[in-house]
Unconditional design. Structure first.
Length: 297
């Protein structure tokens, strides 16, 4: 009696072990990278602050006192000084980690799924479908990311929800372009043609064969977008188009402390330093992850 092998079994058997072994190798190389481990540790620390920040702060980040305003760093009871309303900077920076990371990561996550799906469909379909989808995507490239985010947020109004939506719309075309490019490169590979020859459906081929080979580059590109998204989100809050007072968010804190730059420059620079450290950490992590994926052992 001859065993029956379905197309789905053939494609899954041929792809899954190779994909799993590849990602194990990438992770192992990343663990041996001191720079990658350093920035990864910084990101994990920031994520821990975002998760457990409310239990780590010792002072009310919303309590104001005009008698305690703009205290310098190292003041008794104010380790990192106080802001223009006398609120503890350390507590506000810790609590602001949650909202700042939320504004920087969530739009990229949405863009990863939406833009990735659009790009993969366009890249695999090809022909007129690809042309229609990608020419529509190209319309968004006529506007710089900063101006498009400001225009969308200004049209929809200030607020966290509108800022998240505008940032998502900014990054969806960028992710879709990368997804379409890498999918178009693999759609004519021999293993894709073999899967078609077995009678596998387009959905099965995309799910089993295509995704395992294109998600890596899309994920790395999206990781690098987090740093850009954080800067744009902070810029929107700085302009009054994002988070509203009195919520602690690093971009908004920069805006409210801008008048103190001449009296307490170090205190005023603290939110900017947090934005810089976080964005550069995600940027370097994406570079190290890209390097780990490029090495073949």
């Amino acid at each position: 009696m001859v065993d029956t092998v379905t197309p789905k079994m053939m494609t899954a058997t041929a792809t899954q072990p190779a994909v799993e072994g590849y990602w194990r190798g990438v992770f192992a190389r990343l663990l041996r990278d001191p720079t990658g481990m350093l920035v990864g540790s910084i990101i994990l620390l920031l994520l821990a602050l975002a998760l457990f920040g409310p239990w780590l702060i010792v002072k009310d980040p919303y309590q104001t006192s005009m008698f305690l305003r703009l205290k310098p760093i190292g003041t008794d009871g104010f380790l990192l000084g106080s802001d223009e309303l006398g609120r503890d900077m350390l507590s506000r920076l810790i609590l602001g980690t949650r909202l700042s990371l939320f504004m920087g990561i969530v739009p990229v996550v949405f863009a990863f799924f939406i833009g990735g799906a659009i790009g993969i469909i366009a890249g695999y379909a090809g022909g007129k479908t690809n042309t229609l989808i990608m020419r529509t995507i190209d319309i968004f490239y006529a506007f710089p990311s900063v101006l498009l985010a400001i225009a969308l947020s200004g049209a929809m109004g200030a607020g966290v929800g509108n800022a998240l939506l505008s940032l998502t719309l900014v990054f969806v075309p960028q992710v879709a372009r990368i997804a379409e490019s890498v999918t178009a490169q693999v759609r004519h590979m021999d293993y894709i043609d073999a899967a078609r020859a077995t009678g596998a459906s387009a959905f099965t081929i995309i799910r089993v064969q295509v995704l395992g080979n294109v998600l890596g580059p899309i994920f790395v590109f999206s990781t690098g977008l987090i740093s850009v998204c954080m800067i744009l989100a902070s810029g929107l809050s700085f302009l009054g188009l994002g988070v509203r007072p009195p919520e602690p968010e690093w971009g908004l804190m920069l805006n409210t402390l801008r008048t103190a730059i001449y009296t307490q420059p170090w205190v005023a620079a603290l939110p900017g330093m947090m934005i810089f450290i976080t964005s550069i950490s995600f940027n370097i992590l994406a570079d190290r992850l890209r390097a780990a994926m490029a090495i073949k052992e």
